[in-house]
Design a protein around this ligand. Structure first.
Ligand code: ADP
Length: 488
């Protein structure tokens, strides 16, 4: 029977109304100081730098720049606090960490808006992923604080001392939580530096830390760029460095800490393989590909930036992927409909644009959906590269943006070989309906995290970290306690 369908309905162009998150409830100061020894302190040299909203490149606030003297003050405060913090009972330490977790939950909306303003990520992600997971990490490690002897039975775990922590700009509050929570639970004191383009939520966190009543000097938050980070790394009275960032800086830190007594953990870059077998649930896999590479504008060290599709389903997958990309909404990070927000900084946008040029010059076939990018700010359309091979730079190097390199394969051995053919070893995804194939691949792939029929899923209880040039040490779960203790 023929149905009467009004075909005009399909011709109309559908748009969503704007749905911006309100900024009325947030408090951002004009100027932020350093948080040292339980006080907000002006930097000794009196220098400040601007933090910029990447969606319009307007200044949000001035941020203090910590130099040698400030870092020395912060390390001294942490050293002094270590005596009493490390001998406090685990239960007492846990009490403060639980308090920080609850305060983050109470102010979650404010944190989410500030994270999106300062970093450019869609409010949907900061509201539903970054902030709840940050609170989750504090809750999880607060629970371990009085159970360390069960985590390491018969081994008498002891804290290391003063820990210097340096974090990147892609998940600012979440990375602060990943670093702080296990260090505090195990009885260490901390000097933490956020990345220079995204200091605001770490400084908001300093306000919460202050409110929690945690003894002064246990957590010190200092701001500044690479030079400030290097001051922490090189300070002689720091016992451990925990760094998350680019592989280049990670290698430098490894070099300068070699031969010192400093312990080190590095969480660096990645070039994750996302593998789609012909027996996978294709529509779900296409959603997974989108999530793997376009989540957080591709500013994700574990992004699935290399797609491997089995040849027999490649045409279907690529066609479905292209049409799904057409529906992605790019624009105002504070709009609740937005899928892809602003690129974090002008510098990062230039890096991504340069890689797109390299891909084209090397003969890759580009695909970008039709989309109108906002005039002001830093934006990049979601991008696919077809017709690329293992030797292309965009297949080998981390781009840290919404750019996906697509390759095909025929056999399992071939895809294992290709997936492992990179200097990195952080993440991978496998899409198949066959459990035995999934488990076979998880044994063969050289990656710290392997997702099955999903991608970019995180949980405080689950360890995360890399192999090869992606770094060493684990964050999350019981494994995440180990880099912060020594055994006597
Ligand atoms: P990106 O190049 O993507 O900005 P980086 O690795 O440079 O990534 O940045 C990650 C973090 O490392 C930031 O907090 C940054 O300020 C810090 N950093 C950069 N250079 C150094 C350095 N030489 N020593 C210590 N920290 C650094």
């Amino acid at each position: 029977m023929k149905k009467n369908i009004n075909k005009d309905i399909f011709k109309a162009s559908w748009t969503y109304d704007e749905a911006p998150e309100s900024t009325d409830h947030i408090q951002v100061k004009k100027q932020y100081e350093l948080y040292i020894d339980g006080k907000f302190t002006k930097p000794v040299k009196g220098k400040y730098f601007d933090t910029i909203n990447p969606s319009d490149n307007k200044k949000i606030a001035s941020i203090a720049e910590a130099t040698t003297e400030d870092i020395d003050k912060a390390v001294k405060a942490a050293r002094k606090a270590f005596k009493s913090w490390s001998t406090l009972t685990g239960k007492e330490r846990g009490k403060y960490i639980f308090r920080i977790a609850r305060l983050i939950q109470e102010r979650a909306r404010e944190f989410a808006v500030i994270e999106s303003l300062d970093g450019g990520k869609p409010i949907r992600e900061s509201r539903d992923i970054d902030i709840p997971l940050a609170a989750n990490h504090f809750f999880y490690y607060a629970g371990w604080a009085d159970k360390l002897t069960y985590a390491f039975p018969n081994r008498n775990p002891k804290p290391l001392g003063v820990v210097g922590q340096i974090i990147p700009w892609n998940f600012p509050l979440l990375m602060a939580a990943w670093k702080l929570a296990p260090a505090l639970a195990t009885g260490n004191t901390v000097v933490l530096k956020p990345a220079e383009t995204t200091s605001l939520t770490a400084l908001k966190l300093a306000e919460i830390i202050h409110e929690s009543g945690i003894p002064k000097g246990v957590i010190n938050i200092v701001t500044g760029a690479g030079k400030t980070g290097a001051e922490i790394v090189n300070h002689p009275d720091v016992n451990k460095i925990a760094f998350t960032g680019s592989t280049g800086v990670g290698k430098y830190i490894q070099k300068v800490t070699a031969g010192t007594n400093k312990k080190l953990t590095l969480e660096l870059g990645g070039k994750g393989a996302n593998i789609i077998f012909e027996d996978a649930a294709i529509d779900q896999a296409v959603e997974g590909i989108i999530d793997a590479i376009f989540f957080n504008q591709g500013h994700v060290c574990c992004a699935g930036s290399r797609l491997f599709v089995q040849e027999s389903v490649a045409d279907t997958v690529i066609q479905k992927l292209k049409s799904r990309m057409e529906t992605l909404m790019i624009g105002d990070p504070l709009d609740k409909n937005t899928d892809i927000g602003a690129i974090n900084s002008k510098k990062q946008l230039q890096i991504i644009e340069n890689y797109i040029k390299i891909g084209l010059n090397e003969g890759g076939e580009i695909y970008q959906p039709e989309c109108i990018l906002p005039k002001k700010g830093n934006w990049c359309a979601p991008t696919l590269f077809l017709n690329v091979s293992q030797s292309h730079r965009i297949v080998q190097e981390e781009i840290f943006g919404p750019v996906l390199a697509v390759q095909t394969f025929r056999t399992i051995d071939e895809v294992i070989e290709k997936a492992n053919n990179t200097p990195y070893g952080l993440s991978a995804g496998v899409w198949t309906e066959k459990g035995s194939k999934m488990f076979y691949l998880t044994q063969k792939l050289n990656a710290g995290v392997i997702w099955g029929n999903t991608f970019n899923k995180f949980d405080a209880t689950s360890p995360f970290g890399g192999y090869k040039e992606s770094g060493f040490g684990r964050e999350g779960g019981l494994h995440g306690l180990k880099p912060y203790v020594k055994f006597e």
